[in-house]
Design a protein around this ligand. Structure first.
Ligand SMILES: O=C(O)c1ccccc1NCC(=O)[C@H](O)[C@H](O)COP(=O)(O)O
Length: 598
C-alpha cells in the first residue's frame, strides 16, 4: 500500500489528525510553515510510534541538521536545497532528496541521487517547496525511476491523490497545501486525504475480522474467550441463515412495529430556514427507542445458542427496558446492572424493568454510572458464562459485539435510505445521530458509508463543556486505550485510569466509544461534534414545540447540532436526524431542569 506523509504540521490537533499517516513533516526551512526545534519536539510527543518524523531543510549545515535530528527527535531528513552528495551521505538518518520536475531531463536526475528516497515536486514559488502546484506526472514515465524510493508531492489533495498513485505507483505520497483551508491545516481534510490515498486497502481493514483499522479486537480475560468465540461462531452462522433473518424481521415488524416513518419536519424546516429536515422515528418503536432492534436480535441468537439467561447493563434505562421486554416476550431469565446514580435519574425505567420481570442490580462502584454497570455485567458473565448471554446494548465490547450490534441496528439506515429516495428521489446531504457508545449512529450511518456525497455527523455529549472535566466527549478529548474488551478511544488519565464521564443524559454518559466510530473518525468518513447539556435541553423545548415530539435527552444532542449544521446548508439540501428515542424516560429531568422555562 502506498504510504502517506502529511507535511508542514504546526499544531497538536493536526498531528493527531495525521495519526493514521505513515510520516509527518516538520519544516525547518524558510516557509510560512516553519517551526522551531522546540515546538517540533513538543509536537513529536503526539506522533504515534511507527510514524516517521521527517525534518525538512533547505541548504542547512550538517551540524544544524544533526542537532535537530537529536532534539526533536527526527527519524528522517528531507532536503529541498542544493545539498552536495557528501552532506547527504553524512546524515545519520535516512534522507529524502527533493527534485523539482519541469522536464524529462529533471526526472532523469533522480536515478543519480545518493539519497535513500527521492521526492518529486513542482518547482517552488515563494519557497523551495509546499507551493500547492501540480507538475506533469507523465514526465516521470520512461525516466527509469525506481518507484520503491519514489515520493510524489506537489499540489496533491483528496481529489487527485488516487489518480497520482494510479499513474506513478510511488512508495509514498506527500501533501501540504492540499490539506489546508485558508493556509491552515484542516483536520477533516487530513483524514480525508489519508482515506483517499489508502483507498481500497483501508476499506479492507474494515472487514478484517474483529477489527476496524486498529480498533476493536477481543481484549478479554481467558475465562471469557470460550464464550466470545462461541458467540462469534454462532453469529457468523446466524447472520447468513435466511431462517434467522426471517424470524428477526418478523419480530421487528409484528412486535417492534417497524418500519418506522421518515417524517418531514415542516415547522422545524421553516424555523431553521435552511435544508429540508427529515426525522427517522426510532421514538415510535415499542419501548420508545432504537435499543429494541438489537435486543430482539441478540435474544434470538441467545436462544439459538441454547442460552435462556440474559445479563445486560443499562445507563438511561432504555436498553434495560428493551432487554427486560424481550426477556418477558421469550420467557428468558433477566438480570440488569445499573449504576446507582442512573437508578436515581431513571426511576420510572427501573420500575418498568421490574414490572417486566427483570432483576435490577444496583452498581455502587466507581462513578456508579454506565461504565461501572458494564464492568459488573461483564463480571457476572464471566461467572455464569455456561448458560448466560451478555446482551450488550451498544456497539461496544469485544468482537463480535460491535459488528453484531451494528448489523442489528442497520435496519435504521437501510429504511432511511429507501424512504428518502421515495420522498425526494435522492440521498440526503447530511445525516446526524447522537453518540454514546454509538449504536443508533452506527446503525444509521453504516448503509451510507460508501455514499461519499452524504455527510455523516455523530454528536457526543460536551456536558458542562469540553474545557471542563465534566463531559463525555470521547472523540473530542479521548485517547486510545482498551475498555470493556475493545481497543477504542476513551477518556483516561495519563496513567491510563478511565475517567468519569458526565452528561445530563444518562445514555451518553460513557467514557468510551464503539471501535468502528473511532476508525471512521480516523479515516475522516464521519465527523464528530460535541453539544453541551444546556444546548441539548434548549433543543428539547424547541423540538417539542415545533414538531410535537418530546425527544429523549440523547436525541436532543443530535437535534441541537443539526440546528447549527443547518445554518451552513441551503434550502435545496436535505438533512436527516435520527430521533433515537422519545423523552418519556427523561420527564423527571425535564421537570427539574426546565421548570419555569417549559
Ligand atoms: O511546505 C513548505 O512550506 C516547504 C517549504 C520549503 C521547503 C519545503 C517545503 N515543503 C516540503 C514538502 O514536503 C511539501 O509537502 C511538498 O512540497 C508538497 O507541498 P504541496 O504542493 O503544498 O502539497
Amino acid at each position: 500500500m502506498t504510504k502517506v506523509k502529511i507535511c508542514g504540521l504546526m499544531e497538536v490537533q493536526h498531528v493527531k489528525a495525521a495519526g493514521q499517516a505513515d510520516a509527518i513533516g516538520f519544516v525547518f526551512a524558510p516557509s510560512k510553515r516553519r517551526i522551531s526545534v522546540e515546538k517540533a519536539a513538543e509536537l513529536a510527543k503526539h506522533v504515534p510510534a511507527g510514524v516517521d518524523k521527517i525534518g525538512v531543510f533547505v541548504n542547512a549545515a550538517l551540524e544544524e541538521i544533526e542537532r535537530t535530528v537529536r532534539e526533536v527527535p527526527l527519524t528522517m531528513v528531507q532536503l529541498h536545497g542544493d545539498e552536495p552528495d557528501e552532506l547527504v551521505q553524512a546524515i545519520s538518518v535516512p534522507v529524502v532528496q527533493a527534485f523539482s520536475i519541469r522536464t524529462t531531463a529533471d526526472a532523469e536526475k533522480l536515478g543519480r541521487s545518493v539519497a535513500d528516497f527521492v521526492l518529486v515536486d513542482a518547482p517552488g514559488t515563494d519557497y523551495r517547496g509546499g507551493s500547492g502546484h501540480v507538475f506533469d506526472w507523465t514526465l516521470l514515465a520512461g525516466a527509469g525511476i525506481d518507484t520503491s524510493r519514489l515520493i510524489v508531492a506537489g499540489g496533491l489533495n483528496p481529489d487527485n491523490v488516487a489518480a497520482a498513485i494510479g499513474q506513478t505507483q510511488p512508495f509514498m505520497v506527500d501533501v501540504s497545501s492540499g490539506v489546508e483551508t485558508e493556509g491552515v491545516k484542516d483536520a477533516v481534510k487530513i483524514k480525508h486525504f489519508i482515506q483517499k490515498a489508502k483507498g481500497d486497502s483501508m476499506q479492507e481493514t474494515i472487514e478484517k475480522v474483529g477489527f476496524f483499522g486498529k480498533y476493536g479486537g477481543q481484549f478479554v480475560p481467558e475465562t471469557l474467550m470460550k464464550a466470545v468465540k462461541e458467540l462469534e461462531d454462532s453469529y457468523t452462522e446466524a447472520k447468513d441463515d435466511p431462517e434467522f433473518q426471517k424470524e428477526y424481521h418478523h419480530y421487528l415488524k409484528e412486535y417492534v412495529g417497524r418500519e418506522q416513518p421518515l417524517t418531514y419536519a415542516k415547522r422545524l424546516t421553516e424555523a431553521w430556514g435552511g435544508p429540508k429536515v427529515y426525522l427517522k422515528r426510532e421514538d415510535l418503536n415499542h419501548t420508545g427507542a432504537h435499543k429494541i432492534n438489537n435486543a430482539i436480535g441478540q435474544a434470538l441468537l441467545a436462544m439459538r445458542m441454547g442460552k435462556r439467561k440474559i445479563v445486560a447493563e443499562t445507563g438511561a434505562g432504555q436498553h434495560g427496558v428493551a432487554t427486560a421486554t424481550v426477556c418477558a416476550l421469550f420467557d428468558l431469565d433477566c438480570v440488569i446492572f445499573m449504576g446507582e446514580e442512573d437508578i436515581k435519574r431513571q426511576q420510572l425505567n427501573v420500575f418498568r424493568m421490574k414490572l417486566l420481570g427483570a432483576r435490577v442490580e444496583s452498581v455502587t462502584k466507581g462513578s456508579a454510572t454506565l461504565k461501572d454497570a458494564v464492568n459488573e455485567a461483564l463480571r457476572y458473565w464471566v461467572t455464569n458464562v455456561e448458560d448466560t448471554h451478555y446482551l450488550i446494548g451498544s456497539a461496544l465490547g469485544p468482537h463480535p459485539f460491535p459488528t453484531m450490534v451494528r448489523d442489528f441496528q442497520s435496519v435504521i439506515g437501510e429504511e432511511t435510505k429507501r424512504q428518502i429516495v421515495e420522498h425526494e428521489g435522492r440521498l440526503p446531504d447530511t445525516i446526524l445521530a447522537c453518540v454514546g457508545g454509538g449504536s443508533n449512529a452506527i446503525g444509521m450511518f453504516y448503509p451510507f458509508l460508501k455514499d461519499e456525497s452524504v455527510r455523516l455527523i455523530g454528536v457526543e455529549a460536551a456536558g458542562e463543556g469540553t474545557e471542563t472535566e465534566k463531559h463525555a466527549a470521547t472523540m473530542t478529548k479521548g485517547t486510545e486505550g482498551v475498555l470493556h474488551g475493545a481497543f477504542m478511544k476513551l477518556l483516561q488519565s495519563d496513567s491510563g485510569q478511565v475517567l468519569e464521564a458526565h452528561s445530563v443524559s444518562a445514555g451518553l454518559d460513557y467514557p468510551g466509544i464503539g471501535p468502528e466510530h473511532a476508525y471512521l473518525a480516523d479515516i475522516g468518513r464521519v465527523e464528530y461534534k460535541a453539544i453541551t447539556d444546556a444546548e441539548a435541553l434548549e433543543a428539547v423545548i424547541s423540538f417539542s414545540r415545533l414538531e410535537g415530539i418530546i425527544p429523549a435527552l440523547e436525541t436532543a444532542h443530535a437535534i441541537s447540532q443539526a440546528e447549527k449544521t443547518a445554518k451552513e446548508m441551503n434550502k435545496d439540501e436535505i438533512l436527516v436526524i435520527c430521533v433515537s428515542g422519545r423523552g418519556d424516560k427523561d420527564m423527571a429531568t425535564y421537570a427539574e431542569k426546565l421548570e419555569g422555562l417549559a
